[in-house]
Ligand binder design. Structure first.
Ligand SMILES: [Zn+2]
Length: 289
């Protein structure tokens, strides 16, 4: 296995087949393990409470809102993707049931897993390759506004930036449609005629085939863009701001967020520029917390 083959294997992990639904279990499991390698962890990880909790916390924080989180699924299922190996799995395989082993079973049988020998020998001592893989996986699963936050959470300092190519046409059209103002707060600072800190957000993420059309865009200031991509708020089908119950903060948070709860956003002038309701629904279902 070469580094390129490893990258290809990691990128072709079966997760995009699940159409529009966000399924970040495998990407999060992979970046968690890779980031632990950077910190000197050995090849295999024992499935234990601490491991379960750490991966679960990442899924809760960066994955879509779900009633339960299952870090045990990717731990087990990644073995079908060509670079992952599960050890002490005999007891789990000989079960009557055809379902994946539960967390309790993995713990009981001391099941361990990690990248296989070939992949691990490439990764061991090659921090550069490990970081590249982390960035590659994150960029395929999350919008660029929050990739650095996840990397930071993992303790991985990403050297390269902007792996994804921005679409300058999309940005220009979206900013124009919204009259160069944040759709939520109206922020519109300019230096002469150049907007500062104003961004074009995708409502449905590019990573899930959200199109680069104005109807899938929102002009947002940098603060509201990041908060939107993290699911701190969403926009309802009647174009009102809907805040997550998890939000809290002081005066500035009041001013930037709570004051806008339930308020109509600033909408574009033309009907065909209006935010697409299907994309808004996707955001509420898959991103909003
Ligand atoms: Zn704003």
């Amino acid at each position: 296995m070469t580094p390129i083959e490893l990258k290809e294997a990691v990128l072709s992990v079966k997760r995009w087949s699940r159409s529009d639904q966000r399924a970040p279990n495998k990407p999060i499991m992979m970046v968690y393990v890779l980031s632990r390698y950077l910190q000197g962890h050995e090849q295999f990880f024992l499935y234990e409470e601490v491991f379960h909790k750490e991966v679960q916390d990442l899924l809760k924080r960066f994955g879509p809102q779900r009633s339960v989180y299952h870090p045990e699924y990717p731990f087990w299922r990644l073995k079908n993707d060509g670079f992952w190996i599960v050890n002490n799995d005999e007891e789990c395989k000989s079960r009557k049931s055809n379902t994946d082993p539960s967390k309790a079973e993995l713990i009981k049988h001391n099941v361990t897993a990690g990248f296989n020998d070939q992949a691990y020998s490439l990764l061991k001592g090659n921090d550069q390759l490990t970081l590249e893989l982390i960035e590659l996986i994150l960029s395929e699963s999350f919008p660029e506004s929050i990739v650095p936050d996840i990397a930071f959470q993992l303790g991985a300092e990403l050297a390269t930036r902007n792996v994804q190519k921005r679409d300058p046409k999309f940005r220009k059209e979206v900013l124009r449609a919204y009259n160069y103002q944040c759709a939520v707060c109206g922020y519109d600072l300019r230096m002469d005629d150049v907007s500062v800190g104003l961004e074009a957000a995708h409502i449905k993420w590019k990573q899930f085939h959200g199109p680069c059309d104005v109807s899938n865009g929102l002009t947002l200031c940098a603060v509201h863009h990041k908060a939107f991509d993290k699911g701190a708020f969403s926009i309802t089908k009647d174009f009102k701001v809907k805040l997550s119950d998890s939000l809290n903060g002081g005066d500035q948070a009041q001013h930037l967020f709570f004051d806008f709860d339930g308020q109509l956003i600033r909408l574009p002038k033309k009907d065909n520029w209006m935010p697409n309701v299907g994309h808004l629904n996707w955001h509420q279902k898959e991103v909003f917390k």
